[in-house]
Design a protein around this ligand. Sequence first.
Ligand SMILES: CC(C)CCC[C@@H](C)[C@H]1CC[C@H]2[C@@H]3CC=C4C[C@@H](O)CC[C@]4(C)[C@H]3CC[C@]12C
Length: 390
Amino acid sequence: MASSEKEGAGVSAQNRGSWSAFLKSIASFSGDLSSLTAPPFILSSTSLTEFSSYWAEHPSIFVAPALEQDPKKRALLVLKWFLSTLKQQYASRSEKFGNEKKPLNPFLGELFIGKWEDEAGVTELVSEQVSHHPPVTAYNISNQKHGVSLQGYNAQKASFSRTIYVKQIGHAVYSIPAFGETYLITLPNLHIEGLIFGAPFIELNDKTYITSNSGYTAKVDYSGKGWLSGKKNSFVATLYPTGKEKEILYTISGQWTKSFDITEGSGKKTGLLETFDADKSKTTPLQVAPLEMQDPLESRRAWSKVAAGIAAGNMDLTGEEKTKIEVSQREMRTKEKEEGRTWERRYFSLATQDKVLEQLGPVIGLLPEPEKTGGIWRFDEAKARALQKA
Ligand SMILES: CC(C)CCC[C@@H](C)[C@H]1CC[C@H]2[C@@H]3CC=C4C[C@@H](O)CC[C@]4(C)[C@H]3CC[C@]12C
């Protein structure tokens, strides 16, 4: 952490003024999160394109469904994997709470590429910023050995009342072609807690769903300071045959930051199958090429000077380097317009129709909102193959 702040210690005396000015500005803010101007000490040097990697930091849990023969248990393993990613996605940047920062707003075409190598084999990640207005990140994660892949895209819509509320727009699709299975996954809405203390962290809201063409649906109900347990980051998830919400096959409940119990049936603790400890489950580090080997569009390389500015607490340098990126992006857009073309996405293409969304979307009330994400983005195998040959 390149911050002079102690984790969770709140705002230091020298930053108190800028923080309260920031809080006041939130109260009257409307619009896009990327245009929110936050004080320097709350800026992160990590770009949102990197966040796609949170989906597979436990590669063995990610591929586990492919090794299960029973479709019902496969659906349970997909749910378990999804729940196991929450801690990485929403709390890993503020381990002791109160250390969430404002990520870098990716430029169009920005890439984040990496792989995990462990007992699950090789799991590969490509993440690409496919839209800048509105900001949309798309990703594909695949493990060839086990024949599992995940793809998706997401955007955020913010609203402000007392604190920052974030609605996630987009979805993810998990597939196991060997079983002909596709799982459609929705993304949780969230809000920021601890802002007035200068110690921001995320709490999840509402519900999300995972539904599959094998006939199972999971519902996850998030409740901060849980109404059952009184603890933060609580949830209750149930898995049932699609359309039969009352016929609960499995229940998972607990805290996504700590541990949760996987039980049979409606979860009266009788049929405890497993307790998953999110605190103790080890993650596999993502491998990313060294900066000098990276493509100029790769996130860490492209933002390296900005990151150095932030690390040094040098806001003039940070600003100058950010402006350089913005100016060159603007010039590219102007040139494209003049030449009557658009920026060619490297790994993703727009889909006009999408079978998965058409089939599974209605089951869980997921509407494609192409106007909010610049269209429906899908991983383009042909593009990826051509790149591999080149
Ligand atoms: C911390 C305060 C002061 C500034 C607000 C920063 C906002 C822009 C940050 C804080 C937490 C961030 C979210 C944290 C985790 C995820 C999950 C990931 O899969 C998609 C992006 C998403 C949804 C982030 C979007 C941007 C976000 C909402």
